[in-house]
Design a protein around this ligand. Structure first.
Ligand SMILES: [Fe+2]
Ligand SMILES: [Fe+2]
Length: 207
């Protein structure tokens, strides 16, 4: 007799697990970026939880800083690693890469501006929240564009092996950028011109 599928929480977990991919696909660049984006959504959600009625208001500033500072650093590192690895790869393989790259680098700058603004104010103050909410909105808009445009473009024009190679280069850049201070904004047009000049023969950097 066929076993009936599990229901309730077990059924939900079984469905989630069945959607899992082979272990080595975890470094497919397009999957890595989705995982990173999920961490950002959860980071902003963790800020909301600090304001819940179970947290003493006297603890807010400290707890908000504890969540925000690593999140802000991660946002910068992610953008820098994408600019180092993902957008050059997209320009090499993608179909609509120039438009997607200009748009994304401009978005990265908008997020950086909001992160820098937050650093000017005490955590939890109205001006701090205004800047953090702006970073969240800019980042949400940006992640949706990457997920709906740049990543599909990359998936549709690269092999699995190429996506794994780009993923390893991305991980390597993330590790290298771990202790580097933010370098400031990137000029989107200068970025595009620089990578156009390098052409499609440039090997992926993985140091
Ligand atoms: Fe990005
Ligand atoms: Fe991203």
């Amino acid at each position: 007799m066929a076993r009936s599928p599990p229901t309730g929480t077990r059924g939900y977990l079984a469905a989630v697990n069945s959607a899992r991919q082979p272990a080595d696909d975890l470094v497919d660049i397009t999957d890595l970026i989705l995982t990173e984006h999920d961490a950002f959504r959860r980071g902003f959600a963790a800020l909301d939880k600090v304001l819940g009625p179970d947290v003493e208001p006297s603890q807010h500033a400290r707890r908000l800083s504890e969540v925000w500072l690593p999140l802000a650093a991660h946002l910068e590192r992610h953008a820098a690693a994408e600019e180092e690895v993902v957008f050059p790869a997209l320009l090499r393989f993608g179909n609509n890469a120039e438009h997607e790259t200009l748009d994304a680098v401009g978005d990265h700058n908008d997020i950086r501006d909001a992160v820098r603004e937050a650093a000017q104010h005490p955590a939890g103050s109205p001006d701090w929240w205004k800047a953090v909410d702006r970073a969240r909105a800019e980042n949400s808009h940006h992640m949706t564009e990457e997920e709906d445009e740049a990543l599909p473009d990359l998936r549709r024009h690269t092999t699995r092996e190429q996506r794994l190679e780009i993923g390893l280069a991305f991980l390597s850049a993330m590790a290298r950028l771990r202790d580097r201070p933010p370098t400031g904004n990137t000029d989107p047009r200068e970025f595009l011109a620089r990578h156009r000049q390098r052409g499609s023969a440039e090997p992926l950097r993985r140091s």
